[in-house]
Design a protein around this ligand. Structure first.
Ligand code: MN
Length: 323
């Protein structure tokens, strides 16, 4: 897209009701309708890496359905994300459900292609396995990236049943492969029982800091966002959000729920506090609609994607005006 071209926005809801027509993310155009995008929203319907409840392969489309109600102006960030940048729905990456290694390769190749067009990625999972190929691809473009990982769990375990690629292991693999900047790694929303204290020792050795769910409650979203922003600085930042970072009251539709989580309000406020950060791509994973009720989880995920998209579109606009 040339800098003077006006981004094509969502379907006009004063003419076509929000519940009508195809459910692209936020009723935005498809990527093939606009050619290239500053931010491509892409689904990854893959859940062969889960250790407990399956079903996140249906997450992307559930989030798209729930995103019909997103409106064009975001007052919390004082920005119209779909006017600042071309955001488009790139459809789904078709991955092999029977071969995890092949699926990981497919996601990586698709991400390479999209990032190669200059787009930032807003990925809708799928289970957390997909963060590894996405991080590989992002690091190929930007070098090792800072990571904010919102999750009840560490996801830095080594293997499950001998498998190295699972939804509980992507960030250990990413550290081993050198695709993360180990001076700027944080988990946020961590809680729940572990296999042993060694899990925390190993995680710390990899370079992760931890902001627990209880820390967020005690210190508040603003202070937590300040701390995360200082840790990340202006490094290229990848944000990975496992929807189970939220309490099951706010996100029941997920594979490995843990009590005592953040509220959706806390998550959204922390993200809004990261407005100066250089978010180069992001994912939202582990939305499993079969366990959802009244779209509670999908609505939370769609609003989370909206805040992430706004962060990225503001950064795109700043970079364009600086050129
Ligand atoms: Mn996870």
């Amino acid at each position: 897209m040339t800098p003077h071209e006006t981004p094509r926005g969502p379907v006009d809801s004063s003419r076509v009701p929000r519940y009508a027509g195809p459910a692209t993310f936020a009723r935005l155009p498809r990527l093939d309708e606009v050619g290239t995008a500053d931010i491509a929203v892409v689904g990854v319907p893959f859940d062969s890496g889960v250790s407990y409840r399956p079903g996140a392969r249906f997450g992307g489309n559930a989030v798209r359905e729930a995103s019909r109600l997103l409106r064009p102006y975001n007052p919390a960030q004082d920005a119209s994300p779909f006017a600042l940048a071309q955001v488009a729905d790139g459809g789904d990456i078709a991955v092999n459900p029977f071969d995890i290694h092949e699926a990981v390769e497919t996601v990586e190749a698709a991400a390479d292609e999209l990032l190669g067009t200059g787009a930032r990625l807003m990925t809708l999972g799928g289970d957390h396995t997909i963060a590894l190929p996405l991080l590989r691809s992002v690091a190929r473009k930007h070098g090792p990236v800072a990571l904010l990982h919102f999750d009840a769990h560490l996801d830095t375990w080594d293997t499950y049943f001998g498998a190295e690629y699972t939804h509980g292991t992507p960030f250990r693999r990413a550290v081993e492969e050198g695709v993360l900047d180990t001076s700027a790694l944080s988990h946020v929303g961590t809680r729940g029982p572990l296999y042993g204290k060694q899990d925390l020792t190993d995680d710390e050795k990899m370079g992760f800091g931890i902001v627990t769910s209880a820390d967020v409650y005690r210190r508040g979203a603003d202070e937590v966002a300040d701390q995360l922003r200082q840790r990340v600085g202006d490094r290229p930042l990848y944000i990975s959000i496992d929807i189970d970072c939220l309490d099951p009251a706010h996100a029941p539709g997920t594979g490995t729920p843990e009590a005592g989580g953040m509220t959706s309000r806390e998550l959204l406020e922390i993200l809004r506090g990261l407005s100066s950060c250089n978010v180069v791509s992001a994912d939202i994973v582990e939305v499993a609609p079969a366990y959802d009720h009244a779209e509670i989880t999908a609505v939370a995920a769609s609003h989370t994607a909206y805040e992430l998209t706004t962060l990225m579109s503001r950064r795109v606009a700043r970079e364009k005006s600086a050129r």
